[in-house]
Each structure stands twice: as structure tokens, then as C-alpha cells.
Design a protein around this ligand. Structure first.
Ligand code: 8YV
Length: 304
């Protein structure tokens, strides 16, 4: 029987946001054929080098891959398994709810009306499109999307719903970020974190937003510049925010001023936290890990 070493950075149903002890990982990854990592485990050259040439596959317990040095993996012919579509529904539910709830206060109840609003998606991947389905089904809305429309998987569904409800919901690609900022009542940040999306939502973006608007982030904290967000809330440039992710999570100190904001709904990165989704994520990532370690087909392999 062929025996391979695999390393799992922690109990899959324990907390994922606290990084695994780096020193432990660097020592224990040596000689592994497969490695399973979480959202907070930086999977960089140093770690791959510590693993050595036996490492055939990394499986991540995430859909996002910003914690992984993809070029370094490719250079070493290491395969990457990830979570694809299953979590989109859970995150899309949370996305829509974050955009429509605010903490109770008599004056805060006078927030923006939901019906007929413009929702602007910054990033239009699977989660955004799943959120769009929910928005179309519940209300008449004008919806703008960003310049990267992605695969239009929503089109069939959209036509069906439109037919059933007689809705007229224009779905348009925004010309640029400025249009997205200035015309949206709810901006939903759903893009991947890359060097070009870091702080894409900054002081300039907030300056263009409506005073009555809300910004939601279910993607990665650093896409929004936290200082500019705090200023925008302080100075009444926007109405409120709903965040499932923050910069430098789970270090809450880094975003301390946000906690003082009455119009901020903050969640601890739980977008994919339904029992069904977590169960599926465990199954998929472990299957990716085991198959990848012995050179077999993974459930979801990212083309590097
Ligand atoms: C988290 C996520 O990984 O898949 C992603 O990219 O950000 C989430 O699903 C999950 O909360 C576990 O840390």
C-alpha cells in the first residue's frame, strides 16, 4: 500500500479565521504530498519550500484564492483544488440581507426604500449572480453590473422570472466605477482581491456615492479602504454599511472606528456558514486533498 503524508492546518469545523500557527506548519508540512489550507493560511513560497518536492496538491477550504501564491504553485507543478459553486447560495442570501438591514433606531428607520432601487455589483461572479436572482425575484429593481460581467449564468433564470412576474428589470453593465458609485443605492462588493482591486473602493469612490446609499462587502476586506469608509460614514457621504469581511481580519482593533458607527452591520466572515454548505465544503476540500495527493482527478481543480 502506498502511504502519503497529508497535512490539514486545523480541525475543519474549528475556527478558520485565526491563522494556523506558522511555525508548526513550516515544521510539519515537510514531506507532505497534500496540504489543506484555510482562508487565513498564507500559502506562499516559504511554505511550499518547507514542504519540499513531495508536495503534489494544495486543497483550499475556500472559493477565494487570494491567500495562495498561484504563480509559485504553478512553477512547482503543484495542483490546486478549491470550492466552486456550492457556497454561492449561502453567501448570496447573506449579501441580500446585509443590504437591507440596519440596527434599530427611530431615525434610522427612515432609510432607503428597497423597491425600485439600483443595485450596483462591483464584481459579477457566481455569488453576485446568485444574489441577483434573489433581487429579481423579490422586487422591481434597476440593477447595474460592473465592467467584468463574467459568465452570464443568470440569463435563463432572469428571462423566466421576468416572464412569470411581468417584471421589467434592466440589467446593464456600468460604464465605469464612477457610474456604479453615483447611480447605485446599494453597492455590493463581490470581486476577488487582487493587487488591482485592493482599495478599489476608496475616498474617491465614496465621494461619488449617494448620501442615502449603502455599501455591502461579502468579498474580501481590503477591497474597501477602511479609513475612507469610516470617513464616509462620519461625514454622512453614505447612509450605512453591511460588512461580512474586514481588513486584517480577525483583528478587530484594526477597524476599531467602524465599531463606533451606528449604521454599520458587522458579521465575522460567515457568508458561507450554513450547515449544508459547510458540510459540502468539508467533503469537497478533503476529496480534493486526497485525490490531489495521489495524482488523481480533483472535484474542483483551478487551472493555474
Ligand atoms: C471562508 C470564503 O473561507 O470561500 C471563501 O473564499 O471566504 C469563505 O467561504 C469560510 O468562511 C471559511 O473560512
Amino acid at each position: 500500500m502506498l502511504t502519503q503524508k497529508i497535512v490539514v492546518t486545523r480541525n475543519l469545523l474549528d475556527g478558520c479565521l485565526q491563522p494556523c500557527d506558522r511555525l508548526w506548519l513550516l515544521v510539519n508540512v515537510k514531506g507532505a504530498a497534500g496540504l489543506l489550507v484555510m482562508v487565513s493560511d498564507k500559502t506562499d513560497k516559504e511554505l511550499l519550500e518547507a514542504a519540499g518536492s513531495q508536495l503534489k496538491a494544495v486543497a483550499t477550504f475556500t472559493a477565494g484564492t487570494d491567500h495562495i501564491d498561484l504563480a509559485a504553485l504553478k512553477k512547482r507543478n503543484i495542483r490546486l483544488g478549491y470550492i466552486t459553486d456550492y457556497l454561492s447560495d449561502a453567501v448570496a442570501d447573506l449579501t441580500v440581507m446585509l443590504g437591507s438591514q440596519m440596527p434599530w433606531h427611530p431615525l434610522l428607520m427612515a432609510g432607503p426604500q428597497i423597491r425600485g432601487v439600483t443595485v450596483g455589483f462591483l464584481g459579477f461572479g457566481r455569488i453576485a449572480q446568485a444574489a441577483l436572482k434573489r433581487l429579481i425575484a423579490t422586487d422591481k429593481r434597476v440593477i447595474y453590473v460592473t465592467s467584468k460581467p463574467g459568465k452570464p449564468v443568470w440569463e435563463d433564470y432572469y428571462d423566466l422570472i421576468k416572464h412569470m412576474h411581468g417584471l421589467t428589470v434592466p440589467v446593464e453593465v456600468a460604464r465605469n466605477l464612477g457610474q456604479l458609485a453615483s447611480e447605485s443605492d446599494v453597492v455590493i462588493v463581490g470581486c476577488a482581491l487582487t493587487p488591482s482591486t485592493k482599495h478599489l473602493v476608496n475616498a474617491d469612490f465614496f465621494k461619488k456615492m449617494k448620501k442615502t446609499s449603502v455599501i455591502v462587502n461579502i468579498a474580501r476586506g481590503p477591497v474597501i479602504d477602511t479609513n475612507s469608509l469610516v470617513d464616509a460614514l462620519d461625514q454622512g457621504k453614505i447612509f450605512g454599511t453591511g460588512l461580512d469581511v474586514i481588513e486584517d481580519e480577525p483583528n478587530i482593533q484594526a477597524i476599531y472606528p467602524i465599531l463606533e458607527q451606528p449604521r454599520c452591520v458587522l458579521l465575522p466572515h460567515i457568508g458561507s456558514a450554513t450547515l449544508e454548505t459547510r458540510e459540502q465544503m468539508v467533503a469537497e476540500s478533503v476529496q480534493n486533498l486526497l485525490a490531489g495527493s495521489i495524482g488523481e482527478a480533483m472535484v474542483n481543480e483551478l487551472k493555474l
